[in-house]
Design a protein around this ligand. Structure first.
Ligand code: CP3
Length: 353
């Protein structure tokens, strides 16, 4: 396999490989975790989820949520645990009602396309049980595993708050952002405030790195991308760095494509996550040499398994061999993914360890 001539560092022993890479070290093999690694592809998740009756019951029972967070670690030698919660806990704390309709996804009421944000009554206590989960996970984590806290980035959270649900092209929030910049900007700022508090709470409870999921970053025109993806993320990162200079932030602007370099440069995130539509060779050439990159196996390649998986994993390892790299999917793991394929992936990435 093509590795760059200078050897990757392993200063300080194994430690926490993910944190080492987020600080700019190269590791061979790279640390590995999977977006949505706790979830429905695991039978033990489905069992607990069913016992609790609903997704929110599971999230709000911190013993169960901690248990679910750790389930994938019991099966696979992953380098991170990601807090089991959801990006929509922030709108819930801002005062929208949140439900998950089986087979249809989340619903937030009232949708802000037809209601004013000032009509919502904030319920900040809805964040507290999540911090309990972080504390419980941290207490039982092995010393090589990094605990990742997360939130949705303001734009993506705003898309759900405005539409009241997921939408194919985010047209309601995009229209609102053009039609009433003042109102949309105020919404973004409110989300920023609560998200900052929420991430600080997670760090205080023991999160060692943070990821900002901007799942719908790909739907914006360039100037809108500057205003609603880059600018709010940059402000959040600056405030987090001011308070916690040693806690790395991973930005994941899904679908950003050619805007990824501007995103990385202007937000000052410590690492950038790239989705499966990006050619890893292109991303490697496009991004600064010392910037840690996370990604970007197609979740469908993992689902397919076999030769496709072997080929795609190698291509990603080769493309990023010369830089700090965190192996991950390009988006969340799909629920039909066979567990054996995840085992195969771990073997392919970590096999030589
Ligand atoms: O990665 C992890 O293992 C940690 C947990 C996590 C969840 N959601 C649990 C979850 C994380 C990091 C998220 C992030 C999230 N949630 C995002 C950003 C990442 C992405 O996928 O784009 C978004 C957009 C959401 C909003 C959300 N939550 C939707 C659209 C849905 C319904 C879709 C679905 O898969 O059913 C959820 C529910 C949800 N969040 C589930 C899980 C495990 C499934 C709920 C269930 O078990 O019924």
């Amino acid at each position: 396999m093509a590795r760059s001539p200078s050897e990757p560092t392993s200063a300080g022993g194994p430690g926490k490989p993910l944190l080492a890479v987020l600080r700019g070290e190269r590791r061979d093999p790279p640390p590995l975790w999977l977006m949505r690694q706790a979830g429905r592809y695991l039978a033990e998740y489905r069992a607990l989820r069913q016992a609790k009756g609903s997704f929110l019951n599971l999230v709000y029972d911190s013993d169960s949520a901690a248990n679910v967070t750790l389930q994938p670690l019991d099966r696979f030698p992953l380098d991170a645990a990601i807090l089991f919660s959801d990006i929509l806990i922030v709108p819930f704390a801002i005062g929208q009602n949140l439900t998950f309709v089986t087979g249809e996804g989340p619903r937030l009421t009232p949708p802000l396309i037809s209601a004013d944000i000032d009509s919502l009554k904030p319920v900040p206590g809805r964040l507290d049980p999540i911090y309990q989960t972080v504390r419980k996970v941290k207490a039982s984590l092995s010393e090589t595993v990094t605990l990742i806290g997360f939130a949705g980035a303001p734009w993506t959270v705003a898309t759900y708050m405005v539409a009241g649900q997921g939408s194919r092209d985010q047209s309601d929030p995009r229209r609102l952002a053009y039609a009433d910049r003042g109102r949309f900007g105020a919404l973004i700022e409110r989300i920023e405030e609560v998200t900052f508090d929420y991430l600080c709470g997670q760090v205080e409870a023991g999160a060692e790195a943070l990821q900002l999921f901007d799942s719908w970053a790909g739907s914006l025109a360039p100037r809108q991308f500057e205003d609603w993806v880059i600018a709010p993320t940059a402000r959040l990162v600056a405030r987090l760095k001011d308070r916690y200079p040693d806690v790395p932030v991973i930005g994941f602007p899904k679908g950003a494509g050619g805007k990824i370099r501007a995103y990385a440069a202007e937000t000052a995130v410590d690492a950038v996550g790239i989705d499966e539509t990006v050619d890893p060779q292109w991303a490697n050439a496009e991004l600064p040499d010392d910037l840690p990159v996370q990604g970007n196996l197609d979740p469908l390649a993992l689902l397919a398994g076999g030769e496709t998986l072997v080929r795609d994993v190698r291509a990603i390892l080769d493309a990023f061999a010369g830089r700090p790299h965190i192996f991950n999917l390009g988006h969340g793991i799909l629920q039909d993914t066979p567990v054996e394929h995840v085992e195969q992936l771990v073997e392919l990435v970590k096999g030589g360890e």
